[in-house]
Design a protein around this ligand. Structure first.
Ligand code: ZN
Length: 315
């Protein structure tokens, strides 16, 4: 197995203030745990290129991209923060970090489809799954996973791709990007009711390719494994995706105060292995996973190790 990890230094220079939980320390915690767990040496480390605007524009509206570029320029010139919403801000590095975050997902997709890699994990920020086609929000600028999935369809000609989202929050931006795209299946679970208060009702409930599973606060790994087995896996196996993308948020962890769910590292490893079984059955094993949330630094680092051990079949 060759599993790559994509990163870029700019992703650690984007920061939104000392108070902010979506901090550069998250990537440092992941790096530290990869080294401590001794799996670092088994991974192919790759530096993420910047995405081309044409890649981003497959998902995001031109006016939304231009607005962010302008706000990024303003942050560079002023040296301060430019707010997008109450908890999403740009600093001088954010625009470049966002280009490299999306670029990681696209480059990983190219390398996996080319057969250079079995699978890849993108240790990137800003995260992406709340970013709507026309609006950045919820710590997210560009929807990295959606951009990569669209790249796989438009550039590589794949006809069926699946997006698996196990972040504690609903991936509203991803759903919006693919609500009317029959070539994309999205499966997710998320704490409900909870930010961003989407994923229940609306147009998606009539679309069998949108497998949104709301779960109440305090749901644990047993509950999640059950819904994965009963709802995700049958849908994925009947859809037969040619490639699978993962919105890998680790904020449903028991120790993560951002959400109120009860997953542990073993649950992330189990979900990853189940997704790999689907990928091996239908997609030649092809998986690209992108970091989304996860705010308890220790739990995040340990969970990413569990996820990567499963992806690289080191466990
Ligand atoms: Zn989240």
């Amino acid at each position: 197995m060759t599993t790559a990890i994509y990163c870029h230094p700019e992703c650690k220079r984007h920061e939104m203030g000392d108070w902010h939980p979506e901090s550069p320390d998250r990537l440092q915690a992941i790096e530290d745990q990869l080294i401590a767990s001794r799996i670092d040496n088994y991974l192919d480390h790759r530096e993420a290129p910047a995405a081309d605007i044409v890649d981003i524009a497959r998902v995001h509206r031109a006016d939304a991209i231009e607005r962010l570029r302008e706000q990024g320029r303003e942050a560079k010139e002023n040296g301060g923060y430019v707010p997008i919403d109450g908890d999403t801000l740009l600093n001088a590095h954010t625009w470049d970090a966002a280009l490299h975050a999306a670029g990681a997902a696209v480059a990983a997709t190219d390398a996996v489809i080319a057969g250079e890699l079995d699978n890849a994990f993108c240790a990137i920020r800003p995260p992406g799954h709340h970013a709507r086609p026309g609006e950045a929000m919820g710590f997210c600028l560009f929807n990295n996973v959606a951009i990569a999935a669209r790249h796989a369809i438009d550039v590589h000609g794949l006809e069926r791709v699946a997006i698996v989202d196990f972040d504690v929050h609903h991936g509203n931006g991803t759903e919006e990007a693919f609500l009317y795209e029959p070539r994309v299946m999205m499966v997710s679970f998320f704490q409900h009711p909870f930010y961003p208060y989407s994923g229940v009702g609306g147009e998606a409930q009539f679309n069998p390719h949108m497998v949104n599973v709301p779960v109440p606060a305090m749901s644990n790994g047993e509950k999640v494994r059950q819904l994965v087995t009963e709802l995700w896996l049958p849908a994925l196996n009947s859809f037969k995706p040619q490639m699978i993308f993962i919105s890998a948020g680790f904020d449903a962890h028991r120790e993560d105060d951002m959400g109120q769910m009860g997953l542990v590292e073993a649950d992330y490893a189990w979900i990853t292995r189940k997704v790999m079984e689907v990928a091996k059955a239908h997609a030649g094993g092809r998986i690209v996973s992108c970091l989304e949330g996860g705010y308890n630094l220790s739990a995040l680092g340990r969970s990413v190790v569990a996820h990567l051990k499963a992806l690289a079949e080191l466990d």
